[in-house]
Write a protein that binds this ligand. Structure first.
Ligand SMILES: [Zn+2]
Length: 296
């Protein structure tokens, strides 16, 4: 199992083996490609584009997929996935990333906001023309979009998802079976403010490993600032290291944050004693590698 990072800055940190850079954000900011890194592109969540043209938002009978619509609990503002110009804008961005020497592209938020979406006149027309059931048509829209992005990507192609192993297709249009042939791995974000309660991380990881027909990478939030939370995060990574994962990624503020986690793992005697009591060879390998770099 590799240990890696998801970062907002295009820099690698010693001791970490996978590097994902958030290159396009849900607020609408898009940055130049980070070379030799996996570039993570938010697709249909774009608050800035919706501010400029509210008509591009995904809609339902209960209104648009926007954070300000209190009938839903939307984490972001969603563009309709069939909007032709916006769709092309995202694909052009993926193309621009691939003009640089990148490791690959990870697609994020490339799906419908939820099962009631999108009933704009264009989506209803396309659905009727397709002759498919509603759930199958939405999944086809999402899978075809990913196939177009994959065709533009020369390196590693990965997708994130909402971490719902059961209802992903009917809610978001994410058809894991159909997507699996397109991707090199699935990136499952299991974000939390802390991992002091962590049974659900292990539970969902096992579900996804069983379900997904490609390698799995799990992302945990690493933006912890106190020892108790860092200890809980590292123990959660250690438990995950027993499973057949390609990697665990830690989302961090910056490289200093990433170094602090590694230093804690190396220098905290309580954590080291805990680790030495269990048969966790993959986590032990990671910490021994960190020890070479972060001893002092
Ligand atoms: Zn629509």
């Amino acid at each position: 199992m590799k240990i890696g990072l998801v970062t907002y800055t295009p820099e690698k940190v010693p001791g970490y083996e996978m590097h994902v850079y958030y290159s396009k954000w849900a607020d609408g900011q898009a940055f130049p490609a980070a070379k030799h890194m996996q570039n993570d592109a938010t697709c249909f969540c774009d608050a800035k584009a919706i501010r400029e043209d509210p008509s591009i938002a995904a809609v339902s009978k209960q209104g648009a997929a926007l954070r300000k619509n209190r009938l839903f609990n939307m984490p972001f503002d969603y563009v309709c996935p069939t909007h032709p110009q916006y769709r092309q804008k995202v694909l052009d961005y993926v193309k621009s990333l691939n003009r640089e020497n990148i490791e690959g592209v990870t697609m994020n938020l490339y799906h419908f906001p939820d099962q009631e979406f999108c009933i704009c006149p264009r989506c209803l027309k396309l659905w009727k023309e397709s002759g498919l059931e509603w759930v199958d048509w939405r999944a086809k829209v999402v899978t075809e979009f990913l196939a177009e992005a994959k065709a533009l990507t020369k390196g590693t192609f990965a997708v994130e998802m909402f971490p719902d192993p059961l209802m992903a297709k009917e809610r978001f249009g994410i058809d894991f079976e159909a997507i699996a042939p397109l991707v090199d791995y699935f990136h499952v974000p299991l974000s939390s403010r802390d991992y002091l309660t962590n049974y659900w991380v292990d539970l969902l990881t096992r579900d996804f490993i069983k379900l997904l027909k490609k390698p799995v990478v799990v992302e945990l939030s690493g933006e912890m600032l106190n020892d108790e939370k860092t200890d809980a995060l590292l123990k959660t990574v250690a438990y995950l290291s027993r499973h057949d994962l390609l990697g665990v990624l830690l989302l961090v503020h910056d490289s200093e944050n990433a170094k602090q986690i590694a230093k804690f793992a190396v220098q905290d005697s309580g954590f080291r004693n805990w680790l030495s009591r269990y048969e966790l060879p993959e986590m032990t390998r990671i910490v021994e590698n960190w020890e070479k770099i972060y001893k002092e």
